[in-house]
Write a protein that binds this ligand. Sequence first.
Ligand code: ZN
Length: 344
Amino acid sequence: MPSNTCAIGVDLGGQSVKLAVVDDSGAVLLRRQAAVDASRLEPEIRGLIMHEIAAIRAEAASARLAPDHVGLVMPGYLDRERTRVLFAANLPTLNDTDFLSSIHASLDLPVSFDADSNAAAFAEYRFGAGRGVDRLIVAAIGTGIGAGVIIDGQVLRIWNHIAGSLGHVIIDARGPKCACGATGCVEALASGPALERRATEAADRNPKSKLAAMIKLSCGTGFQPGGAEGLTPSAQQSTRITGVQIAQALHENDAAAAEAVRETGWWLGAAIAAWCVIFRPSKVIIGGGIAAIGEPLLVAARQALAQVGQPSATKDVEIAAAALGPDAGVIGAAALAERRGRVS
Ligand SMILES: [Zn+2]
């Protein structure tokens, strides 16, 4: 007989879908992953999701597990009832479709939907680096910046089920233009591409640095900027180096890499200072691709927070690394599904 309560978490992104069977202690019992072609139309993407859910259910049955809920999370905005996708930048064919309600109609298990940023935040709150923290921000920093906010143990839903666009809070109104159309957003200054741009510039200024050597070597070997393990999934003309290479150069005490990380961490700290006066968190957790940089980034962020933040709003705020890594989405999806299932 199945020995514990478990649910299926589905974390749908623009490039892949991850699925896991997760028990009520947040442990991943089974997992699957499939590539997603975001140019496919909604019925094909839905077909893939249904196929993958059926496959992991079959695996679960073989393992004598009986997941009783499905939680699907994705980037973007969901409507009030969480039955329609209003806008998902990375999955444009799903925009304004019945994708969610069609999945609901096709499944014989209760299914709930949410934003991936909420799932990651809830997972860290329940099982990760935010356990027991009642006012918590969990930011995922990669190509873009998404964040979920937990207040008194509840996911904060201000607009379209998210806590606002924390990546697009303006922190330098005379700064660089952001892809969203605004100027000086957190995302333009403290995202993975911002770090990569600074690293490339630092390498150009320091031709004898390890970073500069890496760039030369990469050019000679047909290096693809922002490859599978980089912070950016797609090549950008102005970027010639990946987050993984920056982390490696940093590990080898390269001054150019350290400079780029310090500057990016400083802007991250400035962003956290802005978030603090809005949400008054006691802890801010940083995850996503940029987490590969590790403690040096967080040290710089803490310094900036102390330097520029409102003392009363920031003095006791802890900045820490995420604990659950890429599993946060599926764990949170399953946990939110379980919670909704019990309530409704
Ligand atoms: Zn923006």
